[in-house]
Ligand binder design. Sequence first.
Ligand code: ZN
Ligand code: ZN
Length: 244
Amino acid sequence: MLRWIYPITCELCGESAERSLCPDCMAKLARVPRPICLNCGAPLHSTPESTEACPACFGKPRPYSFVRSALTGNEQNMQLIYRLKYHHAIYLANGLAPALAELRQSIPEPELFRQAVIVPVPTTPTHQQQRGYNQAAELARELGKMLSLKVVHVLQRHETEFNSQTRLSARQRLLNAYRSFSALPAYKTGRRSLPSSILLVDDVYTTGATTRACSRALLRLPGVERVGVLTLVRAELQSHGQQK
Ligand SMILES: [Zn+2]
Ligand SMILES: [Zn+2]
């Protein structure tokens, strides 16, 4: 009924579509090229394919089982993310979710994640209040519908002295992130239980600080054994790609 009154059109080409991005436009969005670092999901440019980790990750421990990002951080993809994140274009989550769902094919040991729940990376209470929504939660909800997986809000994000992470160094970002995220008390005490595998969902992967902090908070919870991370966009890719 609603669709009869407000027919859905593709954000990019304007044709009528089932989702806010039509299959043709979705297929044309730039994907993260393979092979990738199995540690952080970055593309491996000049590394032999037998090497599993990129130079930045080599020998570094990781709290999560894997990170996979769907799209590159090129201008078109970042534009879509900005509209979703800052311009109330919540409807874009439903058009972009198929890119996240594609990542299921590249999950290592997929049988371990068959019974997983999806946990979105939370935003701060201030942001939530100002914008009225969390873009990661919107993406998680659409992904959950596509994969028939439950979405659970397990984490909270605290206000820290730095409102934005963008001007911090990598180390400052990580320390800031560790202080920013924690699990809700009901999950810490085990009053609410979780399955052993969790898929953490975020809109953008930048330095991995958020990913690390959220994974660490989740892995401390009773019964949680592994966290896999799916993000829509890999933001740092652009400069990596240009430098080669
Ligand atoms: Zn289109
Ligand atoms: Zn890496």
